[in-house]
Design a protein around this ligand. Structure first.
Ligand code: PLP
Length: 364
């Protein structure tokens, strides 16, 4: 026998079957939704693919707003299922303009489904969700919102906004585990999914997942991974103790303090506040500077800056203030490290003024 010593994760008990429904209800509370809440035993990108696969079929017409790679994949999954997809792209690394969508809806053929990502961590932008939802509602279009990054970082009143399918994950602003995710599904969305033969017998089938609800929401199918669900329960407990409104306010403050710090440093953020996500702040790097050198200089101070990903130019750096990082200490360290990196590269940066601005933002 090997003696590996005591380990708290040895012999993990099953997650109690009767508590899955409680988890779903608590997620419904965070989303402010009375729609069906489905638990997906995988990371959020799987829940997104499940939504696409379950909706897609020949004859379905989709307006797909693509402001990052996630939107691109969503369109691709729909096309693979035979749907007719009209992609609408924004400028590189920028949010979509609601006028562009209004024009597409006016000019184009009938649209069954509109899909978009709410907040993008890829380039730190926010799409105008309430305005887009109002347009879609007026046309009776079923809406799918990737709210994986935005839940907990931005207001997301699923029923008030009329979101038919909202996909979320606990691993971003909610500070939870990455191996489980969830969707809310409205009655209208179910009608679209279940008409003329929904895909079945697949890990990506929402119709299959619905059998959990129809069967009285007991144990989940298969062998659920208990650690993920215990971790989800813990994360939801923390969110509820803090209050979802406070979690969102904490992210909004982290974003505005970061922005104030950057401005004092002499580095303006990539987009104006109304177009910015509360999760990461992107800052353009001038041609004279090398992003990799700035990242390396910040890393030497123990601060992780990253290049933006996806459609944005490679010359955007991201300061991350998501989840447990949406606090004064991290916001301060991010901006000070960026300022120190600029100075090491021979670029002026007023670190003292930036620190003052951040302290002031947090002392209001
Ligand atoms: C993080 C994220 C996802 C899901 O990514 P996972 O790799 O499954 O965690 C989906 N959409 C957006 C907008 C995200 O930021």
């Amino acid at each position: 026998m090997f003696d590996l010593g005591w380990n708290p994760l040895h012999g993990v008990p099953s997650y109690p079957a009767e508590r899955y429904a409680v988890l779903a209800d608590r997620i419904g509370g965070i989303l402010q939704s009375r729609n069906d809440i489905l638990l997906v035993q995988a990371e959020a990108v799987v829940a997104l693919e499940a939504a696409a696969v379950s909706l897609a079929r020949p004859g379905l017409s989709v307006l797909n707003i693509a402001t990052s790679a996630y939107g691109g994949w969503f369109g691709q999954w729909l096309r693979r299922g035979g749907a007719t997809v009209h992609d609408i792209a924004a400028g590189p690394g920028l949010p979509i303009d609601v006028e562009v969508i209004a024009r597409a809806l006016d000019a184009g053929p009938h649209v069954d489904v509109l899909a978009l990502v709410h907040a993008e961590s890829a380039s730190g932008i926010l799409n105008p969700l309430p305005e887009i939802m109002a347009l879609a509602r007026a046309c009776g279009i079923v809406t799918v919102v990737d709210a994986v990054a935005s839940v907990g970082g931005h207001r997301l009143e699923v029923d008030d906004l009329g979101i038919d399918i909202a996909v979320i994950g606990p691993q971003k602003a909610l500070g939870g585990p990455a191996g489980v995710s969830a969707l809310s599904v409205s009655r209208r969305a179910w009608e679209l999914i279940l008409r003329d033969g929904a895909p079945r017998n697949s890990i990506l089938s929402l119709a299959d997942l619905k059998t959990w609800i129809d069967g009285g929401r007991q144990g989940l199918p298969g062998t659920p991974a208990p650690l993920e669900f215990f971790a989800l329960e813990t994360a939801l407990g923390r969110v509820e103790a803090e209050g979802i409104e406070s979690v969102i306010a904490r992210h909004a403050l982290a974003a505005s303090a970061t922005r104030a710090g950057l401005a004092a440093l002499g580095a303006a953020a990539w987009v104006p506040p109304a177009k910015a996500s509360n999760l990461v702040t992107a800052v353009p790097v001038s041609e004279a500077l090398e992003p990799a050198a700035l990242i390396a200089a910040a890393a030497r101070l123990g601060v992780e800056l990253t290049e933006s990903v996806g459609t944005a130019s490679a010359r955007l750096l991201r300061l991350n203030h998501t989840g447990p990082r949406a606090v004064f200490q991290t916001v301060l360290a991010n901006v000070v490290a960026y300022g120190a990196a600029l100075r090491q590269a021979g670029h002026p940066a007023d670190i003292a003024a930036a620190s003052e601005a951040i302290s002031a933002a947090y002392s209001r």
